[in-house]
Design a protein. Structure first.
Ligand code: ARG
Length: 263
């Protein structure tokens, strides 16, 4: 099956780039398995990942600058002036009155994005969100090891969006192993996508986490962004990793795009 390019698709196909909608739909599945959250995660502490933002179309993002959010291309609808996207930052609980809110003024979607690879976009904000930013990896030195993921997306495949930020850790999976998962994974774009997940399943990003960062500590002990939540077959299935935009590959493109937006 070919990936759908645009956000706004209605059906949540098992394999999908569709972002989560604004929370709501209380899930009524009594048959769910062990209680898990992001999938398989735990609540993040207030201030633990201060660069995390929630986008109103149901995606995550990270503060590249205080007035520029790095997210997924499939979370936005092309490039140009855009005042439709609400951005919430500075809180783990989206209902916290201390939340900092901003609105998009312009979107820059990865040039040439067609639903395969290149899943990154920048959103310029009308005002800064006063929080620390997340630097991006500009070499592949950190494209290995164990990564952090966080988001307000579904806490299980088909589950509902979360009010409070969840986090989890996922190990790197090399391209050959990821491709061997078959199906859509055989179309992995090696240079542009990086896989991570737990082989046995149970821990993963999921619908609504898209656009959010995958990150780790660098040699200086600072967080560095290595990925952007992009897609997977279902969520947290055994042998079906999460696929993330390989940020290091696009670092120069992202930097010049941010310059274009002015920060
Ligand atoms: N495309 C999804 C979104 O828009 C993210 C899917 C991530 N899936 C995964 N199994 N890691 O929110």
């Amino acid at each position: 099956m070919k990936r759908g390019a645009a956000f706004g698709a209605v059906a949540l196909a098992a394999f999908s780039l569709t972002p989560g909608t604004a929370f709501a739909q209380a899930t009524s599945d009594a048959s769910e398995g062990p209680r898990t959250r992001i999938v398989g995660g735990t609540p993040a502490e207030q201030g633990e990942f201060p660069f995390m933002v929630r986008l109103s179309m149901g995606c995550g993002g990270a503060l590249y600058a205080q007035d520029i959010v790095l997210t997924a291309a499939h979370c936005v609808d092309g490039s140009g002036p855009n005042t439709d996207i609400g951005v919430t930052g500075g809180v783990v609980d989206l209902d916290d009155p201390a939340a900092q809110k901003a609105t998009s003024t312009e979107v820059l979607q990865a040039p040439g994005y067609d639903g395969t690879g290149k899943d990154w976009a920048l959103i310029k904000l009308d005002k800064p969100i006063d929080q620390p930013t997340l630097k991006i990896a500009d070499t592949d030195a950190y494209d290995n090891g164990e990564f952090d993921i966080a988001g307000w997306g579904a806490d299980r495949e088909g589950g509902s969006q979360q009010q409070k930020l969840l986090k989890a850790k996922v190990p790197f999976i090399d391209d050959a192993t990821c491709k061997a998962a078959g199906g859509s994974y055989s179309g992995l774009v090696d240079a542009e996508e990086i896989c991570a997940g737990v082989e046995a399943g149970g821990v993963d990003s999921c619908q609504g986490d898209s656009g959010g960062p995958m990150f780790r500590k660098d040699d200086a002990g600072e967080f560095v962004q290595v990925g952007i939540v992009s897609w997977g077959e279902g969520c947290a299935r055994a042998g079906k990793p999460g696929v993330y935009t390989q940020v290091s590959h696009f670092a120069q493109d992202i930097k010049s795009a941010a310059d274009q937006l002015g920060s």
